[in-house]
Design a protein around this ligand. Structure first.
Ligand code: HEC
Length: 147
């Protein structure tokens, strides 16, 4: 009986792949990726405030925020599937998939480093990790997001 559970999971997964989309409607995919980006930005802003001295450095809060950022930075990409053009996403995303993927992977690697820096528990490490992260946000927005 136990052995049949993974098979059920595999069947469920392959069904959703063959169905071609994880979202019922294009608008849902757009809303999903925008929501993930929005939540990410709120937590990045809290870390940015600490890094720039606008908010007092709080090591525990830094880790909590960096954990959210590291996790949520994995989410938006599922919302950029085939046929989900719209929102402020430039059509180039679907024409230059390799470049877009590279930037999304850079973001996930930056946010892992940010989490490591937050866990190191010192403000200088946090500051050092925020710079490259901010650059990655900006590079992708300049290239792939409409003004
Ligand atoms: C690989 C590309 C990429 C990276 C990296 C990226 N973004 Fe985005 N972001 C986008 C795109 C594309 C949109 C527009 C999505 C849409 O409107 O459908 C967007 C939209 C947004 C929005 C607007 C969401 C809304 O409510 O409509 C915010 C805020 C945002 N990004 C913040 C960030 C922050 C902060 C970072 C870095 C920590 C970041 N993004 C990194 C591509 C990226």
């Amino acid at each position: 009986m136990k052995a049949s559970i993974p098979l059920v999971l595999v069947a469920a997964c392959s069904f959703s792949v063959s169905a071609g989309a994880q979202f019922a409607k294009t608008e849902d995919a757009i809303k999903y990726r925008q929501s993930a980006m929005f939540i990410q930005s709120q937590h990045v802003a809290r870390l940015g405030a600490m890094a720039s001295g606008r908010a007092p450095y709080d090591a525990t809060a830094a880790v909590a925020n960096a954990e959210v950022v590291a996790e949520i930075s994995k989410l938006p990409w599922a919302g950029f599937g085939p046929g989900t053009e719209g929102g402020k996403a430039k059509p180039e995303i679907w024409q230059e998939q390799a470049k877009f993927k590279e930037l999304s992977e850079r973001l996930m690697s930056d946010t892992e480093k940010l989490l490591g820096a937050a866990k190191a528990g010192n403000l200088d490490a946090l500051k050092a990790a925020m710079g490259p992260l901010g650059e990655t946000c900006k590079t992708c927005h300049d290239t792939f997001r409409k003004k």
